[in-house]
Design a binder for this molecule. Structure first.
Ligand SMILES: [Zn+2]
Length: 411
């Protein structure tokens, strides 16, 4: 009935000791086991330790020899925009050569170009594009992803994006959690009030009725959505069962952190610009700080003060923010490397940030994000005896086998 991963040089459990996430000094604690094995049955981890008990031994039907390798919890990318169409490679090139935002917009670039391409694309086209990206992500050790809408900016197309995410979740072995991000930007063909009304009274009820999303998100930023508008959207989302997460403090600190904390958000994401008062508001709330170093790298903007937040006991997660405009990479291991070298997090903090804390950012840390008996058997085996090699030996991919719900999904 079961799967045995035997004789791993190291098992990095990221165990929680009953906590939902790891913060402060605990974010460095990874729960290392040496020369140990893991037994999984019916998609769940049943046992881990040195010698498999005889009663379980006879149930093993598949064995993986992990001698000289290390096993980690499956990585979780808790913030992506992986459903989109079109390419912004030309815009990227213009930006690198010094073109201004206005020049790029005039040439048909920016989020408007992605919106146009998504509106034109069929569900089938969007799915095919997203599938390739999900496979890329899995090869780097990811077993759970979050994906947002936000390039439709009208009822039909926001729902179309969410339907694509839901179909991919049903058809693929990985878990993909959907976030409704209608409040990503304002469409050109409506006033702000008209569009917010469409979000509140048309999109949210339809999404809830069709059970198309778990979370609700907004871009709380100067020239986008104000804290008051964000609170209004979150209030309506919550009424329909959606859990808030917030894009905030990317360019300006305008009160998004407070709006998110007061709305009961699971996470606040971006945080490149944090005033001391923002950090104080976040401290002690248990809201996860989701930092996105690939965006800072790609856009050449400041990096989130992850080190400072860890010192203030704020749980930190790293995600890719994979999207066509500001972080065109599915590679979570690349974001992890940036976590060490640009955010000044230690190796253990980074590993916890993409496992247990990423699970907490999605509110699912009670069943995934660590290797513990009773949890979902989501694991990744790396072809190295020392987990530190995953970050030390950078720029290559040492993920050897990816296991989701006790089944090998990549080798
Ligand atoms: Zn984002």
């Amino acid at each position: 009935m079961g799967l045995l991963i035997e004789n791993a040089a190291q098992i990095v459990t990221c165990h929680t000791r009953g906590r939902k996430f790891k913060a402060g000094k605990y974010q460095s604690e990874i729960g290392l086991l040496k020369n140990a094995s893991i037994y999984a049955e019916n998609g769940k981890i049943k046992w881990l330790g040195k010698t498999l008990p005889a009663n379980l031994k006879k149930l093993v039907i598949r064995k993986i020899n992990a001698k000289g390798k290390c096993v980690l919890p499956g990585f979780i990318d808790s913030h992506t925009h992986l459903v989109f169409a079109g390419s912004r490679a030309d815009e990227y090139s213009m930006r690198i050569s010094g073109s201004t935002y206005e020049e790029i917009a005039k040439a048909g670039g920016g989020i408007a170009s992605t919106v146009k391409a998504v509106r034109k694309a069929s569900k089938k086209e969007l799915k095919e594009l997203a599938l390739k990206r999900i496979i890329n992500s899995v090869t780097f050790g990811v077993t759970t992803l979050e994906a947002k809408s936000g390039y439709g900016l009208n009822s039909d197309n926001e729902l179309k994006m969410l339907e694509v995410i839901n179909e991919l979740n049903r058809e693929l072995p990985v878990d993909i959690y959907a976030t409704f991000l209608g409040a990503h930007a304002f469409p050109k063909d409506k006033t702000k009030t008209e569009y917010i009304d469409e979000i509140l009274y048309e999109m949210i009820p339809k999404i809830a009725e069709n059970d198309l999303a778990t979370y609700i998100d907004a871009f709380c930023e100067k020239n986008y959505f104000t804290p008051a508008e964000t609170i209004k959207i979150f209030r309506q989302g919550k009424k329909f069962g959606l859990v808030p997460k917030l894009h905030t403090n990317q360019f300006y600190s305008i009160g998004g952190i407070k709006a998110a904390v007061n709305s009961g958000a699971l996470s606040v994401d971006h945080l490149e610009v944090m005033k001391p008062s923002d950090i104080n508001i976040l401290t002690g709330t248990g809201v996860i700080a989701c930092v996105l170093p690939t965006v800072s790298y790609f856009l050449d903007i400041p990096y989130a003060p992850a080190r400072k937040m860890i010192e203030k006991n704020i749980p930190v997660t790293i995600a890719t923010d994979f999207n066509p405009g500001s972080a065109m990479s599915e590679n979570l291991q690349l974001a992890m490397s940036m976590g060490v070298h640009l955010l000044k997090m230690n190796v253990e903090e980074v590993i916890n940030s993409v496992t247990i804390n990423a699970a907490a950012a999605l509110g699912i840390s009670h069943y995934t994000g660590s290797i513990e008996a009773g949890k979902q058997a989501d694991m990744v085996i790396f072809d190295t005896p020392n987990y530190r090699d995953i970050l030390y030996h950078f720029g290559i991919n040492q993920a050897d086998t990816v296991i989701k719900n006790g089944k090998i999904i990549y080798h």
